[in-house]
Design a protein around this ligand. Structure first.
Ligand SMILES: [Zn+2]
Length: 201
């Protein structure tokens, strides 16, 4: 079904009452309510029955259920149609609402996947490099301690400086490993969210 076809069906199938209930608005018994789109005090937004929509006598906005969602979400016509279709489970727009749009969507999702995958692989690689560095540092440190036990002698300032440097290096390396972990988590979380909100694009 085309976008305009779906919009026509939505205007027939979804009443203003349903949309207002979805947003948690309750018109008074005269069928008017305080307009959410301008600084309204007296209810100046009139709700019409059936598919005749709404009109605000304060700010002059009005139209169908789709126009209401567009005003409320500050979104495009397309997004409003898709949103209403999903919210009221009408099944009008899936799949193939617009083959070109679907193709753009598919490419966009593939680009996101590729980017997130590359970021996760890069962070994973850096993490392994740092883990190897840490392993080497700990090994050197352990060997130095063993030598110290076998051949006890006073350590000079130079040996202390070396040991301190190794300790600082290993702490910094641990920090880099935790940073890589954090980045991997963030990229995955971001990808998950980007998939969910894709209708906004
Ligand atoms: Zn208004």
């Amino acid at each position: 079904m085309t976008l305009s076809g779906a919009a026509r069906r939505i205007r027939d199938l979804v009443s203003m009452d349903q949309v207002l209930a979805f947003y948690g608005y309750r018109p008074n018994r005269h069928g008017t309510m305080v307009c959410p789109f301008h600084g309204d005090h007296d209810p100046s937004l009139k709700i019409y029955q059936g598919s005749r929509g709404w009109y605000c006598y304060g700010c002059g906005r009005g139209g169908s259920v789709i126009d209401f969602v567009m005003a409320h979400e500050s979104c495009s016509f397309r997004t409003a149609v898709l949103m209403l279709d999903r919210v009221f489970s009408l099944g009008l727009t899936e799949p193939g609402l617009d083959p070109e749009e679907d193709e753009r969507e598919r490419k966009w999702q593939a680009a996101l996947d590729a980017w997130a995958g590359a970021a996760v692989r890069y962070c994973g690689l850096m993490k392994r490099v740092y883990e190897e560095q840490l392993r080497q540092l700990l090994k050197k440190y352990q060997e130095a301690e063993e030598m110290n036990e076998k051949y006890p002698m006073r350590m000079g300032p130079e040996q202390y400086a070396v040991l301190t440097a190794w300790k600082e290096d290993s702490e910094y390396t641990e920090f880099k490993i935790s940073q890589a972990d954090q980045l991997i988590r963030e990229v995955k979380e971001w990808r998950r969210k980007a998939g969910r909100v894709r209708l906004r694009w």
